[in-house]
Design a protein around this ligand. Sequence first.
Ligand SMILES: [Fe+2]
Ligand SMILES: [Fe+2]
Length: 300
Amino acid sequence: MTRSVTEWVNVTGDISIIARESGEVWFHTPSGLKDNVDPFATPMTGAGAAGSTIGLLDGAINLGFAGIEKCLARPEPTLAGYIVALVGAYHTSVDTPRNLRRAASRFNELGRPEVAAYLEERAREETGHDRLALKDLRALGMPGERLVANFFPEGLKALCKRFDDLCIQDYPIGCIGYSYCLERIAALKQVTDIEKVKALCPDGVDATRFLRSHSALGSEVTHVEETIAFVASLPANDRIRVVQETYESALLMAEGYNHELLKSEAEMLEELQQAVGEALLYRRDLRPSSGEKRGAQPAV
Ligand SMILES: [Fe+2]
Ligand SMILES: [Fe+2]
């Protein structure tokens, strides 16, 4: 009988994620145990399996978001918030193919053609996604290029910089963890989330191209499945780095998204108008609701 695979990764000083191939996942605090009685005190060295790898990766995302769980902003969706999200979508996707190709060429230099091939394939798949966000912005009457050139949502700067930095490292395996984090969270979006956004948009306007392709309806589910299979095939040291970076990216993502979501609708409108330099075309629809409540729904 073959033994079921157990994988583990220390992600913070005192928390390790442990995952079994059967799907069990738990967080482990090594304190108080002597190394010789704690089987998880030293890094794992064995082969991975899809069932345990997904437990580590998703455990890392859950842990990253757990820190802000209590203060997580959950505003009602607004059109202004959606436009800011589209600008963010543009910035998180515009450099992705270039960055992934840069990391791929480094893995070719390192004699790891299988990692390079995986990253090149990802780069091909992600090409043009920034254009989807621009098309959605234009569909909403926004001057897409001008808006994204003048506006980089503050909460996303650290996240985007992280990806840039990861892809130029001497050993850029962490970029896989970053990509997993973003794609896994996108793949959670369901048809009901898309319907909510459609309801915010003016009649006859289709501004959900990016959202659809980065949801359970689009290619993200396949990307996530392929990444899990690929990560499970990597040596233990690489899997450890990927899971650690998934956690670091989840932390940055949770903080960054929360920063944006905590803004009032009036603040978002102000930022958008400053970037565009003129009254917004859908000004009437975007007008903040009375009292400038956070996340208040615009009358569209
Ligand atoms: Fe994408
Ligand atoms: Fe993707």
